[in-house]
Design a protein around this ligand. Sequence first.
Ligand SMILES: Cc1ncc(COP(=O)(O)O)c(C=O)c1O
Length: 395
Amino acid sequence: MIYLDHAATSWPKPESVYQTMDRFLREKGGNPGRGSHSLATAATETVEETRRLVARLINAPEAKRVIFTLNCTDALNLGLKGSLRPRDHVVTSSIGHNSLVRPLKKLEQQNVKITRLPPSPELGVLSARDIEEAITSDTKVVVVTHASNVTGVIQPIDEYGAVARRHNIIFMVDAAQTAGKHPIDVQAANIDLLAFSGHKGPLGPPGTGVLYVGNRVNLDSLREGGTGLYSEREEQPDVLPYRYESGTLNSVGISGLGAGLKYIFTEGLERIRAHERSLIDRLIEGLSSMPGLILYGGKEGYQQAPVTSFTIEGYEPGEVGAILDQAFNIKVRTGLHCAAAAHKAIGTYPLGTIRLSPGYFNTVEEIERTLQALDKIARSYKQLPQLRTGYKNPK
Ligand SMILES: Cc1ncc(COP(=O)(O)O)c(C=O)c1O
């Protein structure tokens, strides 16, 4: 089996992630931050250790600015809804995932004004100048996606951050496709809010996500409740990170996230990036020369996350995914990838694309086998009737 869907979630995880979670549940199963018995303090220590590891990954000035969330969607909701009020203005790019698009739509219905900027015509990056020109006196937040989960093109967030800082505007980044894969420095890039999943690049389990909250943001909480601390108060404490972490944390998931991050630090982010880069480069190179295949993203001169998308003439994307799965045991994502706006921008709406997203554990040989399978599919459009008729387009 070949798994090429790391943009959805990384799999498999490093062996240490499985072991750490198993050990955590068996040996440290107390409730973190609740009580002072040894199982509770062991759980607290694990959670705080992971918080420090996350802070190290993104160069956060203080670990308490790292908030654990359910996933990247949860982090984006907290960052946007916690900072925006009616009549505020937001500048964003039109290549976002629904986890950014939908909270913004909801806020728009509550009278938040939104300017959506398209990427450049050749499907590349959004210019910092376009962002600056869209800023008005009401602009409160500039929010961008670091790398599109459709094309993989990486946006120059340092340039956007400098613009936002110059205008004293909150700068928020969705780093779901880059955290744990590409260096991110929240201080150097002037990032005030950074949202990402723990279960993708950072190699943690599902149910983990992070919101980094910088000291220029006065973020409201979206959820109030028990924090284990300041229990005498009826109001939600305004102390970081507890203000945003009411209720029992996913401590077992956070222990796994910590193990994933330790694995990344041991291997080295640069090494991981270089391997994934070599895999995506080879995929893009191989796909570029196939008959009837149109590639999106992966253009010369752009920085690229390990994600790329394409279509094959004569096939619906879902059909190619089904053939890859059933005939070749290769797992890829097809369709809109929860990012209809990005597909509208690149002209692949409504059927979407076939997306390949390799990870650190994929091998060069797996990439070659995938290219061979795709070449066969692209060339034998008319010779796979049994597979072609078996496919049903999911609604
Ligand atoms: C760019 C982008 N943002 C946000 C998300 C949402 O991540 P999660 O599923 O962890 O909420 C994804 C998931 O694929 C993504 O690709």
